[in-house]
Design a protein around this ligand. Structure first.
Ligand code: SAH
Length: 340
């Protein structure tokens, strides 16, 4: 059976091709054509011999996602609904910010973790995305916006990237590879709901990519209530892994903190943050809750200001994130997988 060429990381493709008798430079040439020059037809890869081109065509195929819908927010954010070969669909979001174009990509159809404030896990978990389905979100959007470039990639779409570890890492290797997409390592950010063993594994790989952790509370009781994953991996374990990661990678870890009315915005929340985050190199990113159901409410402007002054008083450093793409349901927590 033919193989999808975009499922191969460079090293694997090289070894695979060598075993089949191709020249050692063939993997370089293919990567260059596909990722740098955006050509998906072996017949046109003119620096490869005709015989090899024919052999490659028998061996591999090029997959593409089907663009089912594109929506544009009044703030310029674009949301793409992509259909997968088996009928599922996923969403990808492009967020322009000055000269920066950040692509927010999905890693799973659905999600297992069932955070109470997030829609992405609602239909339940269906399956992991393959390497090429992750990469094709990038290539699909790039082909639509060229000559504009995507400058940053964040794994913050549907799914839990560290729960689809090997395909997420495979995709990152293609994003980073010199002959492929060649993004800077600091331009890539993985976001997790908090899986300490996987954070440690990521740390050991030393890829240099950024890490973002969805914290949302520094109190185990509250966090377990809104994020069931906290029952398995409570804060001590999670923050231990975060501390090691930031130390070894010499990088601040972003801690996402969604403000939920009356739940995690009081003075005691600020005190606990200060205590729990001591000794960690972090950036706290506070985000007003995007309403996705009636269980939680966004905080009032006044509640946000009060929390901010509590944080300032205690020297907990933070940035306030502006919600983007809310009017087209493209903001955090609003993305969903569609099942046939
Ligand atoms: N599973 C990963 C990747 C998803 S990132 C993770 O949990 O980090 C999506 C981000 O949006 C997470 O930080 C998540 O906590 C946040 N989020 C989810 N629902 C939200 C909502 N309704 N309002 C604001 N942010 C939300």
């Amino acid at each position: 059976m033919k193989k999808d060429i975009k499922n191969f990381v460079f090293q694997e493709l090289r070894e695979y091709l060598l075993r089949r008798g191709f020249l050692s430079r063939c993997a370089d040439q293919i990567f260059n054509w596909v990722y740098k020059r955006r050509l998906e037809d072996f017949r046109l890869m003119t620096n490869i011999s005709k015989r090899d081109r024919a052999a490659l065509e028998k061996e591999f195929y090029f997959s593409a996602l089907k663009l089912l819908k594109k929506e544009v927010s009044h703030d310029g954010t674009k949301k793409f609904l992509f259909g997968l070969a088996d009928g599922y669909s996923i969403e990808t979001v492009l967020i322009p910010e000055g000269r920066r174009f950040t692509l927010c990509i999905s890693t799973q159809v659905g999600c297992k973790f069932r955070c109470e404030f997030c829609l992405s896990g609602r239909p339940g978990f269906r399956r992991n995305l393959t390497i090429c389905e992750i990469i094709n979100q990038y290539l699909g959007v790039l082909d639509l916006i060229r000559p504009k470039k995507i400058t940053n990639v964040v794994f913050m779409g549907i799914g839990e990237p560290l729960d689809n570890f090997s395909n997420t890492i495979g995709a990152i290797k293609i994003f980073l590879h010199r002959q492929a997409i060649h993004l800077g390592k600091r331009k890539i950010c993985i976001s997790t709901c908090g899986l300490p063993p996987r954070i440690e594994e990521l740390n050991r790989l030393n890829l240099g990519v950024r890490l973002s952790v969805s914290l949302h509370s520094a109190d185990d009781g509250i966090r377990s209530k809104i994020m069931p994953v906290n029952k398995k991996y409570p804060l001590t374990e999670l923050l231990g892994a975060v501390r090691s990661f930031s130390k070894q990678q010499l990088l601040p870890v972003t801690l996402e903190y969604v403000l939920l009315k009356g739940l995690n915005t009081g003075p005691s929340a600020a005190v606990k943050l200060k205590k729990r985050l001591a000794g960690i190199n972090y950036k706290l990113n506070i985000i007003p809750y995007n309403r996705v159901s009636s269980v939680y409410q966004p905080p009032s402007q006044e509640e946000v200001s009060r929390f901010i002054s509590e944080l300032k008083k205690r020297k907990v450093f933070f940035t306030l994130r502006k919600p983007r793409g809310q009017d087209i349901n493209a903001a955090c927590g609003q993305l969903r997988a569609q099942t046939p």
